[in-house]
Design a protein around this ligand. Structure first.
Ligand code: URA
Length: 434
């Protein structure tokens, strides 16, 4: 086979065979196919798309490009939840302990933030001592003992995705449906979970900007997961607004703790209760409504918070910080963003909020950048709220005062204030395969 012919076939709208796709992935991981040819193929896929069979073949080839994890030593069904990436999305920190508190194991591999979206691993590392880099055998041991562990992606898991994602990031080919599906599902299928609930984000803070595209993405991922023998469902959820009020690593962990205590923001609580209930019902713990009752119970009686604290301790973290979040170090400086006029917040560009947080030091521009865990944004007003001129709409946090000007400009540009109160949009827009 020749890479030239594969690129040309896709460029001209042809359908690649399973063998051609597997040959490309194998050659790329071995370093036999150069980046420029892989980039050309990604761009051809971006423009011409892929059939469901091609997307499945690409997903399976990415899954098989490295080690496949074996969780057979974990007792009982394992369930995972994956978000396609958003701003203020700390749901994993909340739903994983809830589900584990109700007897379903959560052996979770999570990612770091890149660009405007945050990552669960960075958030957890803001807890003193918390270790996200542990061996598979320790991981399995912790899951068996506490019901839950959350670690970073194993270096040998789906290496083709690591290479392809870095390439797509610099060749404007991230937001392609077959490439997103194969990237996410290739990694998910390399781990050994029985059930997967996907949180597919839609809107200005996500990779898919329209509900139609997000639904298509959700249906394709659910279809491929089922082809691989997994129990699947996907929620399509609004990312035209950040989730909750906190954006930034330790700010988000503190908000997650408040939510596990039953005092979380309404939108975040609603989504976490729904995700956890779907995870439990996929894992055969009862009907959705029965699971929801149990979810509310373990939040209200403190069990879910204790499970989270036990996981933190088992992974080397300081458990006291979970019960006393005032221990999280505070940012050295804070700056208030005041409204320039009176009116309703009619819409926000959620990606702009994510970038503002990044500019404050809460995220990375490159994987080598060091994160400032205390940096970020606390929102005082959200879409639909009325603000008076001069009223506080957010507080920015940073270690370095010089970061405020650019971040505030970005935040203000992303906030639209007008005379009309906007229609209230549901947070959960659709469910696929539930
Ligand atoms: N998250 C991933 O892991 N891959 C993508 O392509 C997009 C989001």
């Amino acid at each position: 086979m020749r890479m030239f012919d594969i690129i040309k076939k896709k460029r001209d709208g042809g359908q690649l065979s399973d063998k051609e796709i597997a040959w490309f992935i194998d050659g790329y991981v071995k370093g036999e196919i150069p980046d420029y040819q892989a980039a050309a193929l990604c761009m051809a896929i971006y423009y011409k798309g892929m059939t469901i069979d091609e997307t499945t073949a690409l997903t399976f080839a990415i899954r098989d490009s490295g080690e496949r994890l074996d969780f057979s030593n974990i007792d009982g069904l394992r369930v995972d939840k994956h978000s396609t990436g958003g701003v203020g999305d700390k749901t994993s920190l909340i739903v994983a302990p809830i589900v584990a508190s109700l007897g379903v194991k959560v052996a979770k591999m999570s990612g770091r933030g890149l660009g405007h979206t945050g990552g669960t691993i960075d958030k957890l590392e803001s807890i003193e001592g918390f270790c996200t880099d542990i061996s598979v055998s320790d991981f399995v041991k912790i899951v068996n003992e506490t019901g839950i562990a959350i670690v970073g992606q194993n270096a040998t898991l789906a290496p083709a995705d690591k290479l392809l994602y870095a390439l797509r990031d610099v060749t404007a080919t991230v937001d392609s449906l077959p490439l997103i599906v194969s990237s996410i599902m290739g990694k998910k299928l390399a781990a050994d979970d029985d059930c997967i609930v996907l949180d597919v984000k839609t809107g200005s803070g996500s990779f898919m900007k329209t509900v139609e595209d997000s639904k298509n993405l959700a249906e394709t991922m659910v279809d491929i997961g089922k082809r691989a023998g997994k129990k699947m469902c996907a929620l399509i959820t609004d990312m035209d607004r950040p989730l909750g009020f906190a954006i930034g690593n330790s700010l988000e962990v503190i908000e997650a703790i408040e939510t596990l205590n039953g005092n979380g923001p309404e939108d975040l609580t609603e989504l976490c209760v729904a995700l956890a209930s779907y995870m439990l019902s996929l894992a055969e713990k009862g009907s959705y409504d029965e699971c929801k009752q149990n979810v509310l119970r373990v939040i209200n009686d403190g069990t879910a918070l204790n499970t989270f604290a036990n996981m933190v301790e088992a992974q080397g973290g300081n458990k006291e910080w979970i019960y006393n979040p005032e221990n999280f170090p505070k940012a050295k400086y804070q700056s208030e963003v005041l409204s320039e006029k009176s009116g309703y917040i009619t819409s926000v560009n959620t990606e702009g909020y994510g970038v503002a947080s990044l500019l404050l030091g809460a995220g990375r521009n490159t994987m080598a950048d060091k994160i400032d865990f205390a940096a970020g944004i606390h929102l005082c007003k959200k879409t639909g709220d009325y603000v008076e001129k001069g009223e506080k709409i957010a507080v920015l946090y940073a270690e370095d005062e010089s970061k405020f000007a650019a971040a505030e400009k970005c935040f203000v540009n992303a906030t639209v204030i007008g005379d009309q109160k906007p229609c209230e949009m549901p947070l959960i827009l659709d469910v696929v395969g539930g």
